[in-house]
Design a protein around this ligand. Structure first.
Ligand code: GDP
Ligand code: MG
Length: 192
């Protein structure tokens, strides 16, 4: 989950490549991104390039059914619409589904280049989806990493991954305490 442009779709592709294809685990990509014209097409072309299954789901019921039908797949990645925080109430059905389905690992994707106050506002708004973990993108675009720590502490949610650029295979790393401390202490130099 996350606001438009946060990096959800590209991060999902990176996860599918690094944790699915790299270890030859069967992968399925799903999109409930029916909001933005062309948004599902971006993922459809990635799926075609990767040679993995892809489906666009237009309703929560169809999403639930597709997950059920694909129980045998190791990894099912679900891309969601880039929701503006003013329009989150329109996704009450999806929010209910995700917040009650404990075997779906819902991650809130946030850009680390956002101001602290805005991160807080976005994270609080997306709480209707009950995200289990926070995933920070665009670490290459900022030199201040304190807000990432603040948000993790404030929400009490673990950090999952960091993305550090636009390259699909290279610019993804599992988040860790030591890496975050290193980034905060070293600022720009930490990335070098
Ligand atoms: N510089 C940089 N760009 C990124 C990063 N992650 C994603 N992007 C870019 O941000 C843009 C929007 O990403 P997208 O995944 O479509 O966002 P979505 O709307 O949340 O699905 C794309 O051009 C991505 O290549 C990152 O870590 N660093
Ligand atoms: Mg997207």
């Amino acid at each position: 989950m996350g606001p438009p442009g946060a990096g959800k779709t590209t991060t999902l592709v990176r996860l599918a490549v690094n944790y699915g294809l790299a270890s030859r685990r069967p992968v399925l990509l799903l999109s409930v991104d029916t909001y933005r014209v062309g948004a599902a097409e971006q993922l459809r072309s990635f799926a075609a390039i990767l040679g993995v299954g892809f489906q666009v789901l237009e309703t929560v019921a169809a999403l639930a059914q597709t997950i059920e039908e694909n129980r045998g797949k190791d990894l099912i990645f679900i891309d969601t619409p880039g929701l503006a925080i003013g329009a989150l109430s329109e996704s009450a059905g999806l929010a209910h589904f995700l917040s009650t389905k404990s075997d779906v690992d819902t991650q809130l994707v946030l850009s680390s280049s956002m101001k602290s106050a805005d991160l807080t506002r976005v994270a609080d708004s997306f709480e209707i989806f009950r995200p289990q973990r926070l995933l920070f993108t665009r670490l290459d675009e900022t030199g201040s990493f304190g807000p990432i720590l603040n948000e993790a502490v404030r929400t009490g949610k673990p950090l999952s991954f960091f993305t550090t650029g636009q390259r699909i295979t290279e610019d993804l790393e599992a988040a860790s305490r030591s890496r975050l401390v290193e980034l905060i202490l070293a600022g720009h130099r930490g990335r070098a």
